[in-house]
Write a protein that binds this ligand. Structure first.
Ligand code: NAD
Length: 374
């Protein structure tokens, strides 16, 4: 079973439908796209998706079709067949179709307000910096980059170009997540004392970029463990003081010669809240459990595309089920149309805070030491 199949069947078990696997990567010199009719809609922000793989195709394109205040205005792809397929499907004119070589010419394209980078992690820096230099606002997928250094360079490039940088933290706009943030940060059940947060899935195809450290930056921690780190930060509204961490023994030594198969970590927050985190490419698990002075809350599924389910000691949480990417795109664009800024809580600094913690978890696992974050 390929990774996409494996990830898909796991997510489908959770009620999530994903489409087909991304086609092979190739670099074209010319795009054979017929001229379509220009479709700039003045009331909507034009978004260009860069990297038309699984997440762009199955989630973000759907979000852009459904969102009221933005639309898929352009694409950037290395695969001519995808350029043709997407252009036809979304009525994208040839002048809004780019490859990775001519992408910088997007600077002259008034139809494109935002470039959304959806490539393997190690390429985020290059494309965010190029989009910023082209004067475009940028959304970038999580994890923001594969190093703290790259994250800082991306923030700097966007600041220097005077463009907005947002990280695709879709759960920030998801109602169950917003409710746990409210309960945690408003101390509805008193102080949070302990959190258990897990996210993992069984990975397939051994050749995929997620298993290559140079492209992914690490294993499950970078890919899905980041959601657990996010959760512990947004439930407490605090930054962790320190981390300790351990790698699990590698069981599949062929598949996991480059990145970790499983990692556990512990952290403590200034209020005293303790966190146990776990991430794996060997376990289908996703759960958030929060124990507070006067109650508990639990999300399970907690982090995938949903439907997310939750309960507290008062019973089942009744929140609307939404399409995560649609509400994220709508909220980001709503804020931008009103203020010329992306929401602060998903900005580059937020991405950088996570990157520092992820790197500290790796350092703790490698050294066996407690790593201070203050
Ligand atoms: P994918 O492999 O399906 O797609 C990656 C795309 O990048 C492909 O279209 C590929 O052709 C293109 N690409 C460009 N240059 C490449 C190169 N040199 N090597 C390989 N591919 C290259 O991956 P994906 O699952 O779509 O993930 C893309 C990004 O989106 C990652 O950063 C991932 O973490 C993120 N993601 C986020 C979520 C979420 O829920 N927020 C979910 C899935 C993926």
């Amino acid at each position: 079973m390929s990774e996409n199949q494996s990830r898909r069947s796991f997510l489908q078990n959770l009620g999530v439908g994903l489409g087909t696997t991304a086609a092979a990567f190739a670099v074209p010199s010319v795009m054979a796209i017929p001229e379509g009719k220009p479709q700039k809609d003045e009331k909507k922000l034009g978004v260009a998706l860069l990297g038309l793989g699984s997440y762009a195709k199955n989630q973000l394109a759907v979000g852009l079709e459904n969102a009221k205040n933005c639309y898929l205005a352009g694409i950037v792809t290395g695969t001519p067949a995808k350029a043709e397929e997407w252009s036809k499907k979304y009525n994208i004119p040839a002048k809004n179709v780019y490859n990775y070589q001519n992408f910088d010419e997007i600077a002259n394209n008034k139809d494109i307000d935002i470039v959304y980078v959806v490539t393997p992690n190690s390429l985020h820096r290059e494309f965010v910096v190029r989009a910023a230099k082209a004067g475009k606002h940028v959304m970038c997928e999580k994890p923001m980059a594969t190093s703290v250094e790259d994250s800082i360079a991306m923030i700097k490039a966007c600041q220097e170009a005077g463009v907005q940088l947002g990280i695709g933290y879709r759960l920030h706009f998801e109602p169950f997540t917003q409710e746990v943030v409210r309960i945690g940060q408003k101390k509805v059940f008193g102080d949070v004392r302990f959190m258990q947060t897990n996210f993992g899935f069984t990975i397939g195809d051994p050749t995929q970029w997620r298993l290559k450290k140079a492209m992914a930056g690490g294993g499950p921690l970078m890919d899905v463990g980041i959601y657990c780190v996010q959760a512990s930060r947004y439930v407490t509204g605090e930054e962790p003081l320190w981390v300790t961490a351990q790698y699990g023994e590698t069981i599949d030594k062929v598949k996991f010669k480059d990145v970790e198969e499983t990692v556990s970590w512990q952290m403590q927050f200034p209020s005293g809240a303790m966190v146990n985190g776990f991430s794996s490419y060997r376990s289908n698990i996703e759960q958030l459990y929060v124990s507070a002075e006067k109650g508990f809350l639990q999300l399970s599924p907690a982090y995938s595309y949903g439907p997310i389910k939750g309960k507290t000691q008062e019973g089942d949480m009744k929140m609307p089920v939404v399409h995560h990417q649609t509400v994220m795109l709508e909220e980001v664009c709503k804020e931008f149309l009103a203020t010329k800024k992306f929401p602060k809580h998903i900005d580059g600094e937020e991405g950088l805070r996570d990157m520092k913690i992820l790197m500290a978890i790796y350092e703790a696992a490698q050294t066996g030491k407690r790593i201070s974050l203050v």
